[in-house]
Ligand binder design. Sequence first.
Ligand code: PMP
Length: 806
Amino acid sequence: MTPTTTEDPREALQHGWPVGDGVSVVGSLPGDIDTNFRVTAPDGTDSVLKFVHPSTPDEVLEMEDAALRHLVRRLGEGTVPRPIPTRGGRTLHVEGACRVRRLTWLGGPTLAAVLPARIEPSASAERFFRSIGRFMGRVDLALADFTHPAAARPHRWDPLQGAWVQEGLRVIPRPASRALLERVLRRFGARVEPVACELPRSVIQGDGNDHNLIVDADDPWAGPVGVIDFGDLLETARICEPAVAAAYAAMRSGDPVGTIAEVVAGWSEELARAGVTVTDLELDVVAPLVRMRLAISVTMSAGRARECPGDTYLTVSEAPAWALIEALDGVDDAYLTARVRRACGRNPAPGSCRASGSSTRAGTSAPTDVPAASVPAEGLLARRRARTGPSLALSYAEPVHMVRGWRQYLYDAQGRTWLDLYNNVAHVGHSHPHVTEAIARQTGLLATNTRYLSQLRLDYIDRLAALFPDPLDTVWLLNSASEANELALRIARTATGRRDLIVQDAAYHGHTSTLIDASPYKAHGPGGGGTPAWVHPVALPDPYRGRWRAGRDADPGVRYANDLAERVDQLCAEGCAPAALLLETFPGVGGQIVPPKGYLPGAYAAVRDAGGVVIADEVQTGLGRLGRVMWGFETESVVPDLVVLGKPLGNGFPLAAVITTRALSEAFDTGMEFFSTFGGNPVACAAGTAVLDVLDDERLPANAECVGAHLRNGLADLVERHESIGDVRGMGLFLGVEIVTDRDARTPDPDTADRVVEGLKARGILTGVDGPDHNVIKLRGPLVLTDSDAERVVEAIDTVLSSRPT
Ligand code: PMP
């Protein structure tokens, strides 16, 4: 871009307008193509002096001024800038080779200046984003009867005219980024182009971004009170207005899909108040229009970065726009549309108009479980009961019908957003686009059983093995942690020639016959038949509630290990020397326990001294959840003989593993071949590889450490306020809060624990209760949780515990 002026704004102002002497220039203002200055006249009034870019035709300037005057009449002074007439009563002053305009200064900061770069989901955030839509709706209602011959102009920022991005792609260097934009173009081609001429048209402002929306400095969350910059004013599909505003709002939002829906709903609400109905078709093209505006933005930025390196304003939205394009890439249009429709009070089921019913050629399929208000939860419950047995468990007194996951959020069929502090499978965040894309790509390429050579599998197990200390260098891939524990046990038994197993009280290791027997949580729980003779449970190393307690007994970890060693000696004496010790490094269903120092080394040594091996079940704690370490056993610098992994490995795609030593793997070679049809199939390996990529790229273990510490500190502060919190414990995003009726006696209080979990649920937060006394609140969730999520949880626990039971 060439600068448009060499003129002095002071001179232009004095020559063009009857201001007298004493003009001061407050400073230059960022601008898209014009060169702008804020100036103060001698009477103290501020205004904006715009040196118009030569590429803008006079008639566009005339249109803009006419629109601004029209809007001032409709909306009142102060909502939009008003053109200030020149000495000659015109709006344009010609100063040498330059054309200069002067507009009134709108008091109040821009939204970008006062609001946080990232707004986390909350009811007030929803209201705020809706207010943006409502404000743009007001502007559009006021523009509804405005016409100008220059309005229907070609304009590169108009999402409806975004097809030029196809040619602009060549300025995008990264092939993966180009591919993203190509998908946006394909979606646009399939969903918008066929219906473009049916969309109601109007003149719109066309640029409701956060640098143009003005808020009240004293009450910014009340929403926009003014808008500046009418350089993109044009006639197009009126739905482009909220689509553009939504694209920018979503860049700031922790819940982009919800934000898009809210902005559009606010706009539609405002139009409805004036008796103007937004059509279903308009709502159904919001998603591809939002994507297109983002694609235009990044393509423009890439072009400008080449032309004017160093001009940061021109590329101000580039990084967040890319991030949002990527984030939305994994979101189906059908789902986004359903959210928009629901927020607008319409039937969310797609298919009621052509656009939503058209094919999704862009390569993403419609969601399998589209939010549908027409399916009441009771109906699903009855079907579930009729078609499966009642023992197939559900969470919560009133079950939730989830239809979608995104990062740390889940969305139910009623359109509610849930903050997920429970699910530990969606390790790198629900529906991570990198993972879903890897799965989709691989399943379209090759999905076989595991009897073929596979580079993908070898690369994956190399990467996985590299995360373990020596001598753990051999990897077996399976489909579930139950299978992995089964295999680990088979290897241990084959290698030692023994059968017996030591486990911990209240442990859970899987749902197969053998593992139910080896899981006191089940075998000693409701419906359980007790542990068989070959299973030998030992005490949980619980330093809060167990036999040896931190703060009371010296070296509780060593004492628990000594107890275990005694048991091993006894077993050996009875002729039942153990094949293995199978233990969760940090017991999960046992109550989110961090074993006291000295336990793991002592326990490992005791079993090994007796000729047994150690199986570490790291299904809950592994892969960086603990933050500081990748695996729980690293906290004590011990190395197990076999490690079992499951849940998080595929981020929801079934994938589990046993990592062991070459010696044990060879000892397992008895002549019987090992075969698992799906274990480590190409799609699973693609998922696993993508999870490792994301873990690294997004530094999620470090995030788990920081956010986990913040959450733990917040919970620790609550201990002072609530007698019922007996203990706060854990590491990273593996945390537990133990609820008691009496802090001194440590009497478990399962009812209050349940009340807290249900109370959190009522506040949109998912957690769970476990522990042998059912009184430990488990806090975990995807590793993408943020500090503000942590604060929200602490605040909610505080509120629930402060309220009286009903
Ligand atoms: N081990 C542990 C510690 C677990 O938590 C679980 C599942 N809750 C399993 C094993 C079994 O995993 P899966 O259900 O994938 O077979």
